[in-house]
Design a protein around this ligand. Structure first.
Ligand code: AMP
Length: 396
């Protein structure tokens, strides 16, 4: 029996899934939110039961202690030694990592160095790592980078057309994100296609953050996020791509400062900014259905941006065998998939299977046999990729 915990430490949260790797089943999963607050929330699911507790949690160490105490108290594990390893999701691995690695001093130094590129995430990952190291010193640790899958991009796709020295001297380039999800989903699609030698797949990861990727023969050739996850699609609160002159105008003509502006682009833009309703797609969709014009506009911009990337990647791949929808919106929003596919149908010859789109559950094909492109819904499973990489690297 080998148990591995997959961990995603954010600045004030810690998500976890504990796997029994013999059959890859999830023993328990949950999240600790609002770490650092008096009213932190601990949610844990096991045996079909969900327990939610509100309590004060000062920091990540205390969060990890609480989690591990709970595992023992509720007999989820008999002893912490049963947890053989911890797999950590790391948002930014820069150009250093094109795959997951066992964490050592050098890896920790790189994650620390790269906090310049991911100021909200990389410091939190380190905090999470040290908290687990202290609590279960016997467990191995692996870092799984969100950028690794996109390290196969060619310079023509990752170099920005600005003076080259900024890339050479400061590593300013496209890195992409959500790589673990794009890897998992495109791998599942390849399996479903019967693992052909050649495949052209577009993955649409549409969640609170969103990105698309073009995957050729299992290799990421382009993706919509950039130097940071602010680029690309319109998202819940992020603007996505924008003419940089807008920034200059807002600073020069409106007297805003850069910090304020970047915060607006990250936290007050996207669906929230345009609709004025919410960053949550469900709320915006509901408001649009009830006649809110700005909500309708927000949803329309979102769809336009998704199809624009699909069009680009269709050309870049030289065609497409399959498109896959994943993440919160991609997996759950029947109307988004229908709308996006109807915008694509004339150009790509897509024929949706309404029954499968609307009433099907989980992983499935949602196009008819005569459709020129197969379209799938694939629930993403980043935690499973993390646990598998951890097991493989530590030879457990
Ligand atoms: P994620 O970041 O993958 O957790 O996705 C979060 C996004 O998915 C939010 O914008 C949610 O509103 C959206 N979402 C979740 N469930 C649904 C649903 N049933 N219909 C539409 N959007 C949904």
């Amino acid at each position: 029996m080998s148990k591995i915990i997959a961990v995603n430490a954010g600045s004030s949260s810690l998500k976890f899934q504990l796997f029994e790797m013999d059959d890859e089943h999830v023993i328990t999963s949950g999240v600790i939110e609002r770490i650092g607050f008096e009213d932190a929330i601990f949610t844990i699911k096991y045996d079909g039961e969900k327990v939610i507790k509100k309590l004060e949690i000062k920091d990540h160490s205390q969060a990890v202690e609480l989690l591990l105490d709970t595992l023992i108290k509720r007999n989820i594990v008999a002893s912490l030694d049963e947890i053989k390893a911890v797999g950590h999701r790391v948002v930014q691995g820069g150009s250093y990592y094109n795959q997951s690695v066992i964490i050592d001093e050098q890896v920790l130094a790189h994650i620390d160095e790269l906090k310049k590129l991911a100021p909200l995430h990389n410091p939190a990952h380190l905090t999470g790592y040290y908290a687990f190291e202290k609590a279960i010193p016997s467990a191995g640790a692996v870092a799984v980078f969100d950028t690794a899958f996109h390290q196969t991009l060619k310079p023509k796709c990752y170099i920005y057309p600005i003076p080259y020295r900024f890339y050479q001297e400061h590593k300013i380039r496209k890195y992409g994100a959500h790589g673990t999800s794009h890897f998992y989903v495109s791998s599942r699609v390849r399996d479903l296609l019967g693992n052909p030698e050649h495949s052209k797949i577009i993955v649409a990861h549409l969640g609170a953050g969103g990105s698309l990727s073009a995957v050729k023969d299992g290799i990421s050739i382009n993706t919509s996020m950039g130097f940071t996850p602010l680029a690309g699609l319109m998202m819940g609160t992020r603007s996505g791509d924008l003419d940089p002159s807008v920034i200059d105008y807002m600073i020069e003509q409106l007297g805003m400062d850069m910090k304020e502006l970047i915060s607006i682009l990250n936290k007050e833009s996207g669906l929230l900014g345009v609709s004025g309703v919410s960053s949550d797609f469900r709320d915006v969709e509901r408001a649009a259905i009830h006649g809110n014009e700005r909500a309708k506009l927000a949803v329309d911009i979102f769809f336009r941006r998704v199809i624009a990337y699909i069009g680009r990647y269709f050309i870049a791949l030289g065609g497409v065998d399959a498109i896959a929808f994943t993440a919160g919106i991609g997996e759950n929003s029947v109307t988004s998939r229908k709308e996006i596919l109807s915008l694509l149908s004339e150009a790509l010859g897509i024929i949706i299977d309404d029954e499968a789109n609307e009433f099907g559950k989980g992983e499935r094909l949602i196009t008819k046999p005569e459709s020129k492109v197969k379209v799938y819904v694939i629930p993403t499973n980043e935690e499973l990729v993390i646990a598998r990489d951890t097991k493989r690297l530590l030879a457990l």
